[in-house]
Design a protein around this ligand. Structure first.
Ligand code: XMP
Length: 538
């Protein structure tokens, strides 16, 4: 779990003072996380601005605690609940302290309800990118939140509730279905959209305006070398003991390998890596062998778990059950390899995104939804785990990889889910549909590379759906599975837009897939973005 401030104990206040001393500042901002999928992106945005942001638990931090911390400003994140149905835990007296607050989505609705405005279910919900227009009539201090932002701009929204019956709120801007997309009441500021995600234009500028113009912050702390501090922490944790690393050949576990290489000063006897084969991409093994197969700083073991995966997945059709079955095999294989190799720690490339979507993240009492259970979270190994990227998202993880010398070819590989091809097969996983998923992926990715589209696409995949299409092959009426292709543009995987691939490209890939893969009856292309659709199919 990442550090969360839970109350003004002597110990916690001492830690905060130490951090202020390191940063040579007396300024602090508080981030109350109400269970949003994006809460960590708010923290990363403030880190980028050089602002000291302390994550607080809304269930235990009171107005009295806040007074003791004396923050310059307070940010309240979004969350999965409705304020009128299941209000998140939060001490409303915090709003009465006179400290500037920026509420985001649920955070906005929370203070709006507190001051007497009405929050209710909107007739139309807003998921995805919408156009935000700032009110023309803004004047005085009210213009400050959107200074240096365009008057009209795309913003990402993900909400079903709207604020009506203003209760004194000055409306700062609107979107098509949210007449109060931004508002202000005295020192309380709010936006219904998410300035922390990349789809929102000028999001960082909004945080800049809030922290420096509205709250009057003055200090910026240089980010320093995050990679170096991670190497130092690993060195301290591991000492001269031994680590077993789960290595997939993707950018995250490769980055962890290189962090450990530095931390253990290349001591081969201290680092053993395991590559688990069976539900992987067609080119994963070759990639792992190329970069990690013959190195003088780690030993590598390939475990073919195809049989174990297929046995565990036999007859299991529901996606959540398949994820659970896969996790058990993954855990068993890693745990056994750790014991065999005499390791003291198990290391994984788990990202904050994986933890957050699995319902974890900052330890707080607010309700958080489980979007999907990731394979690498809360596995309950008997050995302590090392997850040095647990506070990173995809792009920040890649930057750390760059800083410690991970080869660029590994870093720019498309992300691939730990549960592998099983999340790209609807219904029961069998050898036949695993083969179809692999062949379709090969063709799709090969063509993306040939057309020089691979690097501009963040991630792409081919799904063997449960739908069957009637088709005619060689004048014969046959039927075959429908393969769904998807490709997205993204920065960190929290949000994504479907990629506008050229029709000629899609035409070629579709023809190759239906011609070359027996058992495929048709090809479709997915045109939905995240939110609401997640990047993977399952
Ligand atoms: P979603 O599908 O949740 O994916 O929008 C966000 C990113 O995470 C990858 N993904 C996973 N990665 N274990 C992982 O290690 C998982 O269970 C998992 N599910 C999705 C997905 O490929 C995308 O890059």
């Amino acid at each position: 779990m990442l550090y969360t401030f839970k109350g003004a104990t002597e110990q916690a206040l001492r830690e905060v003072d130490e951090e202020k001393a390191i940063r040579k500042t007396g300024e602090i901002f508080l981030l109350f996380t109400l269970g949003s999928q994006f809460d960590h992106l708010i923290k990363l945005a403030l880190d980028r601005l050089g602002v000291f942001c302390l994550v607080c638990d809304p269930a235990s931090v009171t107005a009295e605690d806040v007074k003791q911390l004396n923050p310059k400003g307070i940010i309240i994140s979004g969350g999965p609940v409705s304020v009128y149905e299941e209000p998140p835990p939060f001490d409303g007296k915090i709003f009465d302290l006179g400290i500037p607050v920026l509420g985001i989505c649920l955070g906005f609705q929370l203070w709006a309800q507190h001051i007497g405005a009405q929050v209710r279910r909107g007739e139309k919900r807003e998921f995805g990118t919408h156009s935000f227009s700032r009110m023309d009539s803004l004047c005085g201090a009210s213009v400050r939140l959107f200074a240096n932002c365009p008057k009209k701009m795309p913003v990402l929204e993900s909400h079903g509730d709207v604020i009506s019956n203003l209760g004194g709120i000055t409306v700062l801007g609107e979107t098509e279905n949210a007449p109060v997309a931004a508002g202000r009441f005295q020192h309380l500021w709010g936006v219904q959209f998410h300035p922390e995600v990349t789809e929102t234009m000028s999001g960082l500028q909004i945080f800049e305006n809030f922290c420096f113009s509205i709250c009057g912050a003055e200090d910026r702390f240089p980010a320093g070398s995050v990679a170096e501090s991670k190497v130092g922490e690993l060195r301290e944790q591991v000492g001269d003991q031994k680590v077993l690393l789960a290595l997939s050949g993707g950018s995250d576990s490769s980055t962890v390998a290189y962090l450990l290489k530095r931390a253990l000063q290349g001591q081969k006897k201290q680092l053993h890596a395991v590559y688990i084969k069976g539900i992987d991409r067609p080119d994963d093994e070759a990639c792992v062998m190329k970069y990690f197969g013959d190195q003088d700083w780690l030993t590598l073991e390939v475990v073919d778990a195809t049989g174990q995966f297929l046995a565990a997945l036999d007859g299991v059709a529901n996606m959540r059950d398949k994820r659970l079955a896969m996790r058990l095999v993954y855990r068993r294989v890693l745990q056994a390899a750790a014991v065999r190799s005499g390791a003291n720690f198990i290391a994984q490339g788990t990202l904050y995104t994986d933890i957050s979507e699995s319902g974890g993240g900052y330890a707080s009492g607010a309700k958080k939804a489980q979007i999907k259970l990731h394979h690498n979270v809360n596995l309950g190994f008997t050995l302590p785990e090392l997850t040095p990227l647990a506070d990173c998202v995809k792009d920040t993880g890649r930057n750390i990889g760059r800083a410690v010398g991970v080869p660029e070819e590994l870093l720019i590989r498309h992300p691939f889910p730990g549960p592998g091809l099983i999340v790209r097969i609807e219904g029961v996983v069998s050898e036949t549909n695993l083969a179809i998923a692999r062949q379709a992926d090969s063709i799709f990715i090969e063509e993306l590379r040939k057309w020089e589209l691979y690097e501009s696409i963040w991630q792409a995949g081919a799904v063997v759906t449960d739908s069957v299409a009637t088709c005619t092959k060689g004048d014969d009426a046959v039927s075959g599975r429908v393969v769904a292709l998807w490709a997205v543009w993204s920065v960190n995987g929290f949000t994504a837009r479907w990629a506008r691939l050229p029709y000629d490209f899609l035409d070629l890939v579709s023809r190759r897939i239906t011609n070359e893969i027996r058992g495929v009856g048709g090809v479709v292309y997915r045109v939905s973005s995240k939110p609401p659709t997640t990047i993977e199919w399952g």
